[in-house]
Design a protein around this ligand. Sequence first.
Ligand code: PEP
Ligand code: MG
Length: 326
Amino acid sequence: RKAAYAALRDVAPETKDGHRLTVMVNAGLRDDVAALDVTGADGIGLFRTEFQFLVSATLPQRERQQRLYREVLDAAGARPVIFRTVDIGGDKALPYLIHAEDEENPAMGWRALRLALERDGLMKAQARALLEAAAGRTLNVMFPMVSEAWEFDEARALFEKQRDFLASRNKRLPLEVNYGAMLEVPALAYQLDLLLPSVDFLSIGTNDLTQFLFAADRANPKLAERYDWLSTSILRFLRRVAVPAAQAGVPVGVCGEMGGRPLEAMALIGIGIDRLSITPAAVGPVKAMIRSLDRGALTAFMDELLARPPRDLRGALARWAAEQGV
Ligand code: PEP
Ligand code: MG
């Protein structure tokens, strides 16, 4: 099997009926970039920049951040990299940055963009580091835990201000900057009309989204079996995001662990998601699934399934996949 997956390295993730999907990998450290060559993935769909902060004893200064981002872009070459601004705070507290005030619910606490917009010195330094590292190329950046459209607008404006500053100093700039929002807080789905006109792409973080949608702690093993990614609520929710985004011409991907499981990835494709960013080990199995898939037939099946969902949605999807030879 491993050899079969390795043989798929240079083969495109295209369905039997000719839809070219995008399969990227999740990364966070300099050495993770090697996974691009090993798997033949289309790029890095989620680069978790907080890893550098978490493995560091002191706050990484702008130059150090910039060096990492440049090395990652150099190694990725022509393949796109989507940098996520720091997702720290809450349970990923940094002793050198935050007064570690105990929070009762750190996952729902003062973290990610909430913290970054307030401690904006941190975000400004990161913006400068990213913009300078991507001089002469495309920069793709996305913001974690966006809960309301105005938070995205503020983060984007902060980056644009740094870009103007660099321009006023005659510094070389990125050729293009694409800004995306992570959709992992359910509330944001009810502001898509406000958000879609100003984002270049959306990336759905199903790890956090699931925990918030089901009110089920993602780190609690007692709940892991209870709330299935292949559930009516999650799939209907995701479809209600994917459809208006597609109508607005905004690409939508999934970057949570859900996309790395072949049956889950199949269900995502069936509701209109055509970009996945997954753990490198999952690229082979997911590509193999995609290449055996008739997307037209799957879409029709999923429409019917979600209109009258059985209690065992996973079972129904698995049976369909087996019948179709997926
Ligand atoms: C997610 O929440 O699905 C996600 C991709 O981000 P993280 O796992 O880093 O919170
Ligand atoms: Mg998340």
